[in-house]
Ligand binder design. Structure first.
Ligand code: PLP
Length: 222
């Protein structure tokens, strides 16, 4: 199946109101442009260098940053990305805020949650999220918190995964009620190729899909 066929198949399965983010790490600009021609409006990269390298070679599209972000690299992506999914510390939020201010923009961000407290994963714990959110509100002026993002642990049992997604959704509903100009929840970013159906069943409205669109990734150094 072609990239376009894959996109159409996934889109047919998505309920209305769920945004399909094409995850384009390791893919060439040519493949990405094929996806854009196939109906992808939003793409996500997880490495700053890769995003910067491809940026000028890809057709007009909304860029998302979905990977771990080091503070010293924020400057390279500000002004390029519509939404940063991976804010998980106050220091990172402050750096993004500073660079957004220099660019004269308001940067949309999501707070990344690590719902299973996995040591191998980035993200803030469920119980610490509200404190981080208020910290961001207090310390910044050029950010808009648009929701939450999460990566669930890999399990064979979809019910297990659903439990974690469900907990993030509960938190999303609760924090989304905060009445503050910097809080404007719109996105609950959960679900990848292997678990997006479980994520949607648990309230996700933004799925991040790479493999199911482009096929298996080949990493150059493997
Ligand atoms: C790579 C990646 C995805 C997409 O994974 P697939 O299994 O290829 O769909 C989603 N989210 C993040 C944060 C990623 O790094």
């Amino acid at each position: 199946m072609s990239i376009k066929d894959n996109i159409e198949k996934i889109k047919r399965e998505l309920p209305e109101g769920v945004l399909l983010l094409g995850v384009t790490k390791t893919r060439t600009a040519e493949e990405i442009n094929e996806a854009i021609d196939g109906g992808i409006t939003d793409i996500g990269e997880n490495k700053v260098q890769e995003l910067v390298d491809k940026y000028d070679h890809v057709k007009p599209v909304k860029w998302h940053f979905i990977g771990h972000l080091q503070r010293n690299k924020v400057k390279y992506i500000i002004g390029k990305v519509d939404l940063i999914h991976s804010v998980d510390s106050l220091r990172l939020a402050e750096e993004i805020d500073k660079k957004a201010k220099e660019h004269g923009i308001i940067q949309d961000i999501l707070i990344q949650i690590n719902p299973a407290r996995e040591e191998s994963k980035f993200g803030v714990y469920l119980d610490d999220t509200e404190e981080l959110l208020w910290g961001i509100i207090e310390k910044s002026g050029n950010l808009r918190i648009r929701g939450l993002m999460s990566v669930a642990p890999f399990t064979e049992d979809p019910e297990d995964t659903g439990k974690y997604f469900g907990a993030v959704k509960e938190l999303y509903d609760r924090l989304g009620k905060i009445d503050h100009p910097m809080v404007d929840f719109k996105y609950l970013s959960m679900g990848m190729s292997h678990d997006y159906k479980v994520a949607i069943a648990n309230g996700s409205n933004l799925v991040r899909i790479g493999t199911a669109i482009f096929g298996e990734r080949k990493y150059k150094d493997q």
